[in-house]
Design a protein around this ligand. Structure first.
Ligand SMILES: Cc1ncc(COP(=O)(O)O)c(C=O)c1O
Length: 337
C-alpha cells in the first residue's frame, strides 16, 4: 500500500466507527474547468461536483444525513420532523433522504408562505413533505414539540432532527471524506491541490481542516462564508475538535488554523451580491455548471477575486467544492434575465 493510501485507509477506518446509511451518490466527480481557467487567465481549476450527490437535486447535506439519520434510526422513527429556513437546501435534502428510507417528513419552516412557491420550497412540496410555517424561531420550536406530540398521540414515532446531536460532526466527517476523494482523484492525474475553496459556515470546513492536519500534503483551505451571523474560525475549530475526539483522529485544531473569508457576504445572509451573481453567470457560461446566488456563487466570487489578484501560479491546482443549492436560481429568477 502506498503512503497516501495507508493514511487514507486509516482515516476511513476512523470514519467507519460511526453508524452510517447509504443515501448519497458517492464518489462525486472532479471536473476540470478549462474554459473558466482560460477566461480568468489563472491556475488549473477543478470543480468537485458535490452538487451531484443524487437525491432531490443533490448537495452537501446528503452525506451528512447518512450519519444523522443512522443515529436517528436507533429509535426506529416513522416520522422525521425538522425546523429550518423557508428556502433551506438542508430541508429539501432531508425530505429526499427520508423518502428513500420510507420515513414521513414534517417541515416547520421559518417565514411566511410565499404567494409563489419556488426553489427549495417547491421541491419540498413535490417530495411530499407536510409543510408548516412558523413566524420566528420561538414559535418554530413550540410547533416542533406540538407536532411531535400529535404524531405520538396518533401512535407514531417522531424524531425531531433539530435535537439530533450529530449535525456538526456529521458535516465535518462528510467533508473529511470529500477531501480524501479530491486528493485521490488528483493523485490519479499525478497532481496535488494547492488550494481548496468552499462555501462554509464552519461545519464542512472543519472536516477539511482535519484532513489538512492528517495528510502529508501542504494545501490551503479557503472557506468563504455566506453569513456574518457567526464567528466562523472559532466555530470551525470547535467542530473540528469535537469531530477529532468523536472518531479518534488524535489531532487538535486552533482557530488560527482556520482561513475563512467574510468579505463576500455582501448585504447579508440570503441576499444575492453583485460579485456572487457574476460568478454564477461565469461558471454557467464557461462550464455549464450551475451555482446558486446564496452560497456557492459567493464562494466562487472569492475564488474569482483571488485569481484576479494573482494569488496563484498558472500550474497551481485550485479546487472549487460545489456544495449544491442550485434550486435558489429559480427563487431569484429575475437575476438571470
Ligand atoms: C449550498 C450550501 N453550501 C454551503 C453550506 C454551508 O455548509 P456548512 O454549514 O457545512 O458550512 C450550506 C449550508 O446550508 C449550503 O446549503
Amino acid at each position: 500500500m502506498s503512503g497516501l493510501s495507508e493514511i487514507h485507509a486509516r482515516i476511513r477506518q476512523s470514519i467507519a466507527t460511526l453508524p452510517r446509511l447509504d443515501i448519497a451518490l458517492k464518489k462525486t466527480p472532479l471536473e476540470e474547468a478549462r474554459n473558466l481557467s482560460r477566461v480568468l487567465g489563472g491556475p488549473r481549476i477543478f470543480v468537485k461536483r458535490d452538487d451531484l450527490t443524487g437525491v432531490a437535486l443533490g448537495g452537501n447535506k446528503l452525506r451528512n444525513l447518512e450519519f444523522r439519520l443512522a443515529h436517528a434510526m436507533k429509535d426506529e422513527p416513522d416520522t422525521v420532523i425538522v425546523g429550518l429556513d423557508l428556502q433551506s437546501n438542508s430541508a429539501r435534502q432531508t425530505v429526499g433522504a427520508c423518502n428513500k428510507l420510507g420515513l414521513r417528513t414534517i417541515l416547520v419552516l421559518e417565514g411566511r408562505r410565499p404567494d409563489t412557491i419556488q426553489g427549495n420550497l417547491l421541491v419540498d412540496y413535490l417530495l411530499g413533505a407536510e409543510v408548516h410555517f412558523a413566524a420566528d424561531v420561538t414559535q418554530q420550536r413550540a410547533m416542533l414539540d406540538r407536532l411531535a406530540a400529535d404524531v405520538r398521540a396518533g401512535g407514531g414515532r417522531p424524531h425531531i432532527l433539530n435535537d439530533n446531536p450529530m449535525f456538526d460532526i456529521a458535516s465535518a466527517v462528510a467533508y473529511l471524506e470529500v477531501t480524501l476523494e479530491i486528493v485521490e482523484q488528483l493523485d490519479e492525474l499525478g497532481r496535488a491541490p494547492a488550494c481548496l475553496y468552499m462555501s462554509s459556515s464552519g461545519k464542512g470546513q472543519a472536516g477539511m481542516i482535519l484532513a489538512q492536519k492528517l495528510l502529508d500534503l501542504r494545501f490551503a483551505m479557503h472557506g468563504v462564508t455566506a453569513t456574518d451571523e457567526f464567528h466562523i474560525p472559532s466555530r470551525t475549530a470547535t467542530i473540528a475538535n469535537e469531530t477529532s475526539a468523536a472518531i479518534g483522529l488524535g489531532v487538535t485544531v486552533d482557530e488560527k488554523d482556520v482561513v475563512n473569508f467574510d468579505d463576500f457576504v455582501g448585504e447579508g445572509y440570503g441576499i444575492p451580491s453583485e460579485a456572487g451573481n457574476e460568478a454564477v453567470r461565469l461558471f454557467a457560461r464557461t462550464e455549464g455548471i450551475i451555482l446558486d446566488p446564496i452560497y456557492t456563487g459567493k464562494a466562487a466570487a472569492g475564488l474569482v477575486a483571488h485569481v484576479r489578484e494573482g494569488r496563484f501560479a498558472n500550474d497551481d491546482v485550485v479546487v472549487f467544492v460545489h456544495t449544491g443549492g442550485t434550486p435558489a436560481i429559480f427563487t431569484w429568477n429575475e437575476l438571470w434575465l
